[in-house]
Design a protein around this ligand. Structure first.
Ligand SMILES: [Fe+2]
Length: 441
């Protein structure tokens, strides 16, 4: 090895040592300036919008301002101010670091309206950021879906979320199907997730799902509290409160409607039976044309040596009964897309019950289970497309009787696509998408 190479390696090592695990980098540290600004919903997507952000503890009171995003330069004159709810959070990794989270729910907004908002206090404000409320009735829209980001988030996941935004800047929201990070309470990993998404998180609302990696053992003052949801979760995401559900599932199991589509977020880590009861109730009253269930652990595993039999035993009968249109899942670090035919005996028919997808958006990859989904044939599912060693993002378009599902690779190339057509009698057909798709990977 040449001397300059050795010196470069030495410099890299020293640089590495200068950032030991316990020391936060400047962009990881909270300051009086708002950061980690993220849009979510607690309820009505047409008339409300929640925003959450973080500061250091010097900011005791904060607020958010909102105005119609008019074309004129000073659209902000007459902006309405909302006082934020501020909560203190003591981190455990790194330990003893205390931050403040602030949240506001903008309410009584006009449907289908472009707004601009900013968050902050004193002379420390974010930039003005725009978002559009949903229409009050069913109407076409698109959304994004990401499987596990989880590892080397800043380094590797950034290009995925940014490519997704480039492909569908009009996306109404992003579903993150669990394992957003690898180590639930570790703040540096959340710092990466927020830096990777940057202002995409503050302009496109997120629908976050908790995966197994959002649950890690928690020790507080030496006392072991067992596996707990990431301590940042409920402070940094403002999500619908749990009704008819155990308090332990708060802000991890919820439902939202968006322009005629019903989105249902499940927590496949725990208390599946309680969720099944709730799911049955939600689906029995559901009047939306399209229904999408998202959870982390897939109904049909695609990763080698993995299986979630409880999901199939407890949840699948309900999913089948109500013919949920689309299931968006993660966890297996592979790509799989398949479906349950409407009648198990008629596997050639394009009439289907549900479309199932497992996906991954981060760099961690597993082998595909050797027999494909043959193991699950008795359950009536058919595998249509698979991939390994490739991260994806998905753009899903909902438009009247049609739902178009497309999976893209990081270079923006289409890898897989299929369309669902809802017929007048409530059944649905699956149709191929014929635009030039890549070879199976
Ligand atoms: Fe997982």
């Amino acid at each position: 090895m040449k001397l300059p190479t050795l010196l470069a390696l030495f410099a890299l090592t020293v640089a590495g040592l200068a950032h030991p695990e316990h020391k936060l980098r400047h962009w990881e540290q909270a300051s009086p300036d708002p950061d980690r600004i993220i849009l979510t919903w607690m309820g009505n997507t047409a008339t409300s919008q929640s925003v959450t952000w973080r500061t250091d503890t010097s900011v005791k009171e904060a607020s958010a301002e909102i105005a119609l995003a008019l074309p004129k330069a000073r659209f902000d004159e007459g902006a309405k101010s909302y006082k934020a709810r501020t909560e203190r959070l003591e981190l455990v990794d790194p330990a003893k670091v205390v931050v403040h989270y602030h949240s506001v729910e903008f309410s009584e907004l006009k449907p289908d309206t472009l707004y601009a908002y900013r968050v902050g206090s004193g002379d420390r404000w974010s930039e003005w950021i725009q978002f559009r409320t949903a229409k009050a009735e069913a109407a076409p829209f698109s959304f994004l879906y990401f499987g596990d980001a989880q590892n080397s988030i800043l380094s590797f996941w950034s290009r995925i979320i940014r490519a997704a935004y480039k492909k569908a800047p009009h996306a109404a929201f992003s579903i993150h199907a669990g394992d957003l990070v690898n180590t639930a309470h570790k703040d540096r990993e959340w710092a990466e997730w927020f830096k990777a998404g940057g202002w995409i998180h503050s302009s496109v609302p997120s629908i976050p799902i908790s995966g197994n990696h959002e649950y890690t053992n928690l020790k507080v003052d030496g006392v072991d509290k067992g596996k707990q949801l990431a301590i940042q979760w409920r402070s940094q995401f403002s999500l619908p409160p749990a009704s008819d559900l155990p308090a332990s599932l708060a802000e991890t199991v919820y439902t939202l409607t968006y322009q005629g589509a019903r989105i249902i977020a499940l927590n496949s880590n725990r208390e599946i039976e309680a969720q099944a009861k709730w799911l049955e109730k939600v689906l029995s009253k559901n009047t939306s044309k399209w229904t999408i269930v998202t959870m982390h652990h897939p109904m049909f595993s695609s990763g080698a040596g993995r299986d979630n039999s409880k999901n199939r035993k407890v949840l699948k009968p309900i999913i089948d009964k109500y013919k949920v249109d689309l299931l968006l899942q993660g966890h297996d670090h592979t790509y799989a897309r398949g479906h349950t035919p409407l009648r198990m005996s008629d596997t050639e028919s394009n009439k289907i019950k549900s479309l199932y997808v497992n996906s991954v958006s981060g760099p961690k990859m597993y082998d595909f289970r050797k027999d494909g989904w043959n193991t699950y044939k008795p359950e009536g599912v058919l595998l249509a497309r698979k991939a390994v060693k490739t991260p994806f993002f998905q753009v899903i378009d909902v438009d009247g009787e049609w739902l178009t599902y497309r999976a893209f690779m990081a270079n923006g190339q289409l890898y897989d696509a299929v369309r669902l057509n809802k017929l007048a009698d409530g059944t649905k057909e699956m149709h191929p998408w014929k635009d030039g798709l890549g070879k199976e990977r």
